[in-house]
Every structure is written in C-alpha cells, then in structure tokens.
Design a binder for this molecule. Structure first.
Ligand code: HGY
Ligand code: MN
Ligand code: MN
Length: 416
C-alpha cells in the first residue's frame, strides 16, 4: 500500500481552534469541561460536531445508542470503511482533551484529505461514541459495548443516573436516538487518538505512545447496610456503622492494589453514605471500587481478595453486604498490523515514540473484539486527566493527529 509522504501533515492550527471551540460547550468551573453524556451540553456539542461534519462533506448516520458516524466516501463503495474516533462526553470535572482530541483529530484527518484532494479506496468514518465516560450512566464505554455485543440495547436504555433518569429517555429527550441498528456497521479497521492520561510520555520526552495493550478493569458496586442511629447518644459497642465499613474497604482496596505491584491500580472514586446527616451514624453506604491491571491473573486475584476482605469487614461490624459488578473488560491486546501502521507513521514523520499500555479504558477496547484496532497516544501535562486542569500542547495534539492521519490513510489506501 502506498504510504503518505512524510511531508503530508494535518493542519495543527485548525485542529487546535476546533478543540478550543468545542471546549466552550459545557464549561467547567475551573477551566475544563462538564459535558456529561445526554445532557443539554452534550446535545450542543453533538450539534457543533454535526455542523462541522456537514461542512466537510460527510454523510452523518446515528444509531440507536446515539453514536454518530460521519462518512467520507472512498473510491470503492464495497470496501469496508476505516473508522476513526473517540468520545465527546466528559467527566463532571473533565478536561478539554479526553476523548475530544480523538473525535476532532479524526475530523482533522478528513479536513486534511479534502485540502490535499486525496482519495482513498476505503471510505473513512469519523465516530463519536455515546457515553464513553460512564460517569452519569454506568458502565463506561456503554455505546461501544452495545456495538460490540457486550450489552443488550434494552439493558443500556434502562441504566439510570443519580436522579433516576433512564438512559433511553434522556437520549430521546436530547433528540439523538438514531434509527440504525447498533453494531450493524462493519469495519475494515478502527483507530483512536487519545491523550495518555498518565505521566510516562511526558516524563520520557516521547511525542507518541504506540498503544500495544489496554488494562483490564472491574467496577464493583458495594452496598453496606447497618443501622441509622444517633452519633451522640449511641454507645460505641452498639453501633452498626456502614460508613466505618466503607472506610475499611476503601483502605483494603488500596492495600491490595499495592500488594499486586507492579502494574495494578485500585481506588474508590464514587461514594455515598445515607442519610448523610452530620449527627446520624450511616445506616447505608454505596460505593464503587475501580481495580485494573494489564495482567488478567492480577486483576482476578485483586477482585477475589477484595471480596473476601469486604465479607470479613462486614461480618466484624455486623453489616449487610452486597457486591455487584457494574463494569468489566479483560486486558486488551491491539491488532499487530494496526499497531505497526501507527509505529511506522511515527517513524516516517520523525516523531519519537514508545510502546505503551493504556491505563484508561477506551471505546477501542471494545471495538478491538470485533475488528482490527489500534490507538495513538500523545502526552498530557503531569499525566493529569479527569481533572479540569488537564492540559496538552498544540505540538503534542498535532503530532498525534499527524500519526493518526498517516495510519488511517495508509490503511484506507491512497488512490493515485
Ligand atoms: O474509566 C476509564 O478508564 C475511561 O476514562 N472511561
Ligand atoms: Mn477518554
Ligand atoms: Mn475519561
């Protein structure tokens, strides 16, 4: 296949302008974004992306999970498209680049092909996956999970947020429930550009992360039930304190993750105690454990040890215990040929690079189960993400999108 010449590059200024434009939608309180899935801000972001796709001459399709597919025709209409994309939804205290760089980087590939008048054999489809973050509606990567056959559509529609609103109703409300059957689209390959969300690339002075693998993950929702009682007049030996149980399980998660080093992580990020009153001993605690490792045996061992220790803690404190998995995928190995296309592109373009394992989950992790998939990563400042201070440089964004451009165009096949 003809490779794009090393001088073929995307327009970094235009990419950066689009990133800054999108960042104005669903602003956070500290310079980042709060554009949570299926909110009015998400609706507004989708409309802006759709406008840009139309301006780029793309044909937009939307499936029953609201995922957006913007297609540029190839010379061979029967050839399966090369898909490229990520997600526009953010965390409540999210950054401007997590997910967004991958969607707008994909759009920049199209814009650059249009500028250069390049035709490809395979069509190219830029994709915005619904609800990658899983923060408002668990689990993460929900739409790509339905697409990959990991979740049923109706189960996804019944997911509820903290206010009890249903995913399916909210998707209807913002007017982005499409008609396409989820998963009906077939792919030649899928590429995702994403910020690293970790410190390695910046620390090593590398421009590009060639993502060979992705960590496996468990989200375990724990419910501890004790007894509401007065924090003042209840003797210590008569308390059935769900909040104390949550604290002990949280500490155990950290200790068990540390006992599985290297390459294991664990934390509790979402926690609620009830009735959450200053002078009431919590009779109930509901919290989610997030554990990950690139090694399946470590992931399994951590889950087993945490569940055993949670049972012991509950028994010692006289608490009821339930543990419900609310998110899971095994460690991922990305497609060798697609990974090579990314590595060769970085070499051709003269960007420094290193192989890297993705610490975060991505839509690519699910799509990799169906079609040849790979990811391109760029550094982020101090490795910080899921924080409004998330930051990257225009140079890093441009390098990542250049590599994405070359990998996608080479895979789609340039037609002279
Ligand atoms: O949780 C994750 O790894 C992703 O950011 N949704
Ligand atoms: Mn992301
Ligand atoms: Mn994220």
């Amino acid at each position: 296949m003809t490779s794009p010449g090393e001088n073929l590059r995307i327009n970094g200024d235009r990419l950066w302008e689009s990133l800054m434009e999108m960042a104005k939608i669903g602003p956070g309180v500290a310079g980042g974004n709060n554009r949570q899935t299926l909110t009015d801000a998400d609706k507004e972001g989708r409309e802006l992306f759709a406008k840009w796709c139309e301006e780029a001459g793309l044909t937009l399709g939307v499936d029953q999970m609201g995922t957006m597919f913007a297609r540029r025709e190839g010379t061979d209409p029967d050839a399966l498209p090369v898909y490229v994309g990520s997600h526009l939804d953010t965390q409540p205290t999210g950054g401007k680049y997590d997910g967004v760089l991958g969607v707008l980087g994909g759009l920049e590939v199209i814009r650059s092909l249009n500028d250069l008048g390049i035709k490809t054999r395979h069509p190219i489809v830029v994709t915005n996956w619904t609800n990658e973050e899983g923060t408002r509606f668990a689990p993460a990567m929900l739409a790509s999970g339905v697409f990959a056959g990991m979740h049923e559509l109706d189960w996804a529609y019944d997911r509820t947020d903290a206010k009890g609103l249903r995913f399916g109703d909210e998707l209807e409300r913002i007017g982005w429930r499409g008609e396409e059957q989820v998963g009906a689209r077939k792919m030649h390959a899928f590429f995702e550009l994403h910020i690293e969300q970790g410190p390695i690339l910046e620390a090593e002075g590398k421009d590009i992360g060639v993502v060979t693998h992705g960590q496996g993950l468990w989200w375990l929702e724990v419910t501890l039930t004790g007894k509401d009682a007065h924090t003042g007049s209840t003797p210590m030996n008569m308390r059935v304190n769900a909040g104390l149980g949550m604290a002990r399980v949280t500490e155990a998660v950290h200790r068990i993750a540390m006992a599985h080093q290297p390459n294991a992580v664990g934390a509790v990020g979402q926690a609620n105690v009830y009735p959450n009153s200053r002078n009431v001993i919590p009779g109930k605690a509901v919290f989610t454990i997030d554990i990950r490792s690139p090694e399946l045996d470590k992931l399994t061992s951590m889950r087993e040890q945490i569940e055993a220790e949670a049972a012991k803690i509950a028994e010692e404190l006289g608490l009821g215990l339930s543990i419900e998995p609310t998110g899971h995928f095994d460690p991922v190995t990305f497609d060798e040929n697609c990974v090579k296309a990314v590595r060769d592109a970085a070499d051709r373009l003269g960007y420094s690079h290193r192989n890297i394992v993705s610490g975060a989950g991505h839509d690519a992790c699910w799509i990799n189960r169906l079609y040849p998939t790979a990811m391109v990563m760029c550094p982020c400042v101090d490795g910080l993400s899921h924080n409004e201070a998330e930051d990257i440089s225009k140079e890093w964004a441009t390098a990542g999108a250049d590599v994405l451009f070359h990998a996608v165009v080479e895979t789609a096949g340039i037609v002279e």
